[in-house]
Structure formats: structure tokens, C-alpha cells
Write a protein that binds this ligand. Sequence first.
Ligand SMILES: NC(=O)c1ccc[n+]([C@@H]2O[C@H](COP(=O)([O-])OP(=O)(O)OC[C@H]3O[C@@H](n4cnc5c(N)ncnc54)[C@H](O)[C@@H]3O)[C@@H](O)[C@H]2O)c1
Ligand SMILES: O=C(O)C1=N[C@H](C(=O)O)CCC1
Length: 248
Amino acid sequence: MNILLLGYGKMGKTIEQIALDRGHQIAGRIDRMADPGVNHTDLDQLSTESVDAVIEFSSPESAVENITYCLERGWPVVCGTTGWLSERASVEELCREKKGAFFYASNYSIGVNLFFRLNKTLAQFMRNYPSYHVSMTEIHHTEKKDAPSGTAITLAEGVMEHLPNKRRWVGKETAGSLVDSTDAVEIESLREGTVPGTHTVRYESDIDRIEISHVAHSRQGFALGAVVAAEWIVGRQGVFGMDDLLGE
Ligand SMILES: NC(=O)c1ccc[n+]([C@@H]2O[C@H](COP(=O)([O-])OP(=O)(O)OC[C@H]3O[C@@H](n4cnc5c(N)ncnc54)[C@H](O)[C@@H]3O)[C@@H](O)[C@H]2O)c1
Ligand SMILES: O=C(O)C1=N[C@H](C(=O)O)CCC1
């Protein structure tokens, strides 16, 4: 199939390689900071029929405009960009209005999606043990623009689903300045070197600590998941996520 890449940075380039390996063609590559060595495409010049699906990995500031453009043109969109979710409801509404197809995941790796399930199961176990304090740490490369990571926010939502006394998440730096953050899941965001993505959920008591971690060794898992989502979304209509793809 013909895949349009919106955003041609670290993820766009990794996705291109996997898409080509799986027998797909690249309908175009769009990047604001066009790399002169790469054959870039003018979006408006692409015919509607020349694109089967769009994979959007750009920046928090550009994702909504990019997704809107694609939905207006009737192209199915697989979006991995994080940091724009305050506008998620209006994007999903537009998708329904246009009878389009939109897929979002804060993390496309199969391993992380298994980890999301493990996180919820652990939170269910911990529900009856209030002496354990839950917190999270995410570590990413120094070029990452948003904090906390989209993955950490999904993990915090998973915890909140099962721990009734946790109603919101806060960044660790903010938590310290709050009068009362006992109802919050604290997320520490660290930026180090070229780390592709490490997430830890911990439950700490005076006596001991229970900790689960997911460590990505590269971007391959994120990119493969996004290409598989693009293969899956073609011919569908609606708003989708990884649970639809993987089965509940
Ligand atoms: N969901 C996931 O599994 C997953 C995995 C990795 C990264 N991400 C997210 O994907 C996004 C991109 O990550 P990255 O590591 O490739 O970043 P990156 O900075 O390497 O690449 C992003 C590219 O988008 C380009 N860009 C900026 N504005 C644009 C616009 N209006 N249209 C098209 N391109 C534009 C930039 O020039 C840049 O080259 C980030 O939000 C990141 O958090 C998600
Ligand atoms: O490199 C990034 O940026 C990543 N972003 C996603 C997030 O914010 O959770 C997924 C992991 C890598």
C-alpha cells in the first residue's frame, strides 16, 4: 500500500525502512525542516487516490493541524505524536463527522502494550494496600519535546482506573510545590543521552518496594507497531487504538 509519512525525523525514517521491508511504497515524506538530501513532497499536490494511509509522527505543535488536513482529505491517519492530547476530543469528533479513520497510541510497541496490561493488573492488586505509595519515572533522549511522555500518562491513567484515591497525575517538579498531592500519581521525567524510552512504575512502602519496568532497546518496536496499525486501518471507519488492533 501507499503510505504518506507526515514527520520525517527519527521515527519517520525508522518507519520508512520497516514499511519498505514489508513491501509498501512511500507516497510522500513531509517534514517542516526539510532535509535537502531527501526527496520531499508538497501535500496539496498529492492526489487523494495516491495515499492509502498516513503515518503521522511530527511534533506536539503540528499534530492537530496535520491530522485535520488528512481527515479533511479522507485519508486514514495513524498518529504517534504525543503532547497534543488536550485536543483529542475535537480531533475524534472531526473523524466521526467526516466518517474517516483515526488511530492513536501513545506507544505502538507490543511490549509496552503488554506492560500497560501488567500495570493495570498490578494496580488492581495494590488497591487494598494503601501503605504503598505509587509513583513513576520515564527516561527519554534529550531531544524529546514533551514531558511527561505519552506512555507515562497512559500508565498513570491505568493506575487511576484501579486506585480510587488517585484522581490525577502530576509532574514530580510540580508535586513538590503542591499543598496536597496525595490524590496524584507523581511522574518523574528524566532526559538522558539517546535513551529510546524507559518506563518504571513503583509502589514504595516503609518496608519494601515493588517495581515494574519496560526498557526499549531501539525505536524498531514503535515503528513496526505503527506500520501494522496502518495496514489494519485501511478500509475501516472510526476512532481506534491498540486495544482494537491487539484485541481486548
Ligand atoms: N507513539 C509512539 O509509539 C511513539 C514512539 C516514538 C516517538 N513518538 C512521538 O512521535 C513524535 C516524533 O518523534 P521523533 O522522535 O521522530 O521526533 P523528531 O524530532 O526526530 O522528528 C519529528 C519531525 O517532525 C518534523 N515536523 C515538525 N513540524 C512538522 C509539520 N508541521 N509537519 C511535518 N513534520 C513536521 C520535524 O522537523 C522533525 O523532523 C514525538 O511526539 C514523539 O513523542 C511516539
Ligand atoms: O522518543 C519519544 O519521544 C517517545 N515518545 C513516546 C512517548 O511520549 O511516550 C513513546 C516513547 C518514545
